[in-house]
Design a protein around this ligand. Structure first.
Ligand SMILES: N[C@@H](CCC(=O)N[C@@H](CS)C(=O)NCC(=O)O)C(=O)O
Length: 203
């Protein structure tokens, strides 16, 4: 197997953190977005979308989408479990994972991609779109803060892929979007500090 990775982008970091939690090591090839390497003919021949991460299997199959890659790893290495042990738990974790992805990551990514000068080469930037996404992201952060007032983890009482998605999202996007996670979001602050102590956080 070979994992196509980028050192800075938040989505490949989701997969690295997932692998670190599992204690699984996969050979990696860096495809640096900042240098435009993800747009090279060689990478696009393997991954037509040019997005990172991607996992190449030994038979040449390419798996894109970070959650699909994590699902594959979870099947090969079930413990420690990060995506649910039975039907109910798998559904609950997926519910939270999708909420973090669709309701938090996507609005924040929308602000970043449509405002940040470094994204101008990769995105047809529409500042009005970013303007509309920012309050959505802020509203969702307030909701997450309320949720984390009564639980230590995003999907309930244990660490899961939903924490990884939220953590890698909130470690990257807010400061680049002019959003501050301060004392007004004390539960998110506490949770970020807690997740940040895990060795996988440095993956
Ligand atoms: N939904 C995809 C998103 C992948 C993605 O968009 N990755 C970003 C890095 S965080 C990327 O490849 N960006 C390159 C570009 O925008 O051209 C996943 O979860 O893997």
């Amino acid at each position: 197997m070979l994992l196509y990775d980028d050192a800075i982008a938040p989505t490949p970091r989701r997969v690295r953190m997932f692998l670190a939690e599992k204690g699984v090591e996969i050979p990696r090839r860096m495809v640096t977005i900042g240098k435009g390497e993800h747009l090279s003919p060689d990478y696009r021949a393997r991954v037509p979308s040019g997005r990172i991460p991607a996992l190449e299997l030994d038979d040449g199959t390419i798996i894109c989408e970070s959650v699909a890659i994590c699902r594959y790893i979870e099947e090969l290495h079930p413990e420690p479990n990060l995506m649910g042990r039975d039907a109910k738990e798998r559904a609950i974790i997926e519910m939270w994972q999708r909420r973090m992805e669709f309701e938090l990551l996507l609005p924040l990514a929308g602000v970043f991609r449509h405002t940040h000068p470094k994204m101008a080469a990769l995105e047809c930037q529409v500042p009005a779109y970013a303007e509309a996404q920012k309050p959505q992201a802020e509203k969702r952060l307030e909701q997450l803060d309320r949720d984390l007032a009564v639980t230590n983890h995003v999907a309930g009482d244990r660490f899961t892929i939903a924490d990884i998605t939220a953590f890698t999202t909130l470690s990257f996007f807010p400061r680049l979007c002019g959003i501050v996670i301060d004392g007004k979001l004390p539960n998110i602050q506490r949770w970020l500090a807690d997740i940040g102590t895990r060795s996988s956080a440095s993956a």
